[in-house]
Design a binder for this molecule. Sequence first.
Ligand code: ATP
Ligand code: MG
Length: 223
Amino acid sequence: MISITDLTKVYQMGDVQVNALDGLSLEIQKGEFLGIMGASGSGKTTLLHMLGLLDLPTSGKIVIDDTDVLALTDYEKTMFRLYKLGYVFQDYALVPDLTVMENVSLPAMLRSDRTEEQTRNDSYGILQKIGLSDRRDHIPRELSGGQQQRVSIARAMVNKPDILFADEPCANLDSENSRVVLDLFREINEKMQQTIVMVSHEDWHKDYFDRIIHLKDGKVVHP
Ligand SMILES: Nc1ncnc2c1ncn2[C@@H]1O[C@H](COP(=O)(O)OP(=O)(O)OP(=O)(O)O)[C@@H](O)[C@H]1O
Ligand SMILES: [Mg+2]
């Protein structure tokens, strides 16, 4: 479970203060597929960055599976991310010069408890699952946007994280590829009981989520 209490994030831009998160509290259940919606600038990406331990809030508390994650050292945070969290970015964020297989293997290679063979098997297995094993030796720009996003999901999944964060993963995809990606998330969520927290601004994505929260001005609102 994820428990967020009174989270704030203030960005200082010269003389101007932006309250990107303004006392946000929220609980996310284990195994939930949660959709986060809200207007541009409402704080969705900022919230996901805090939960993914990619940036520090100004104040507040985040507890993930009984760990007070903001109290961890930088090294412990890195390990926590590596063992428990996966992150999918809007723009895929694949390494351009590495093959599909190498991109997917990266997070597994960083883990000291995985042998090279395990890493290879896990990476190949997840590529098969998403239907891209025949593209394993291609580099990202030889793939379509939808295929690249599926590779980035495979990379986020290769360490079998308990929680998957995705920030507008379909923003650069047409509706057909969006459905492929959303179906994949749904399957991951149902078959592996993975918690998924996904940011979206497309109304029709609502059908895929177990629950939706709306952000406005850095807070959860109840419309
Ligand atoms: N690095 C930053 N420095 C300064 N201000 C920032 C920074 N990142 C975000 N902000 C500001 O914080 C607020 C929330 O931004 P955020 O990116 O979280 O919104 P969002 O809901 O993800 O929007 P979008 O739907 O456009 O992606 C905005 O006013 C934004 O300008
Ligand atoms: Mg955003």
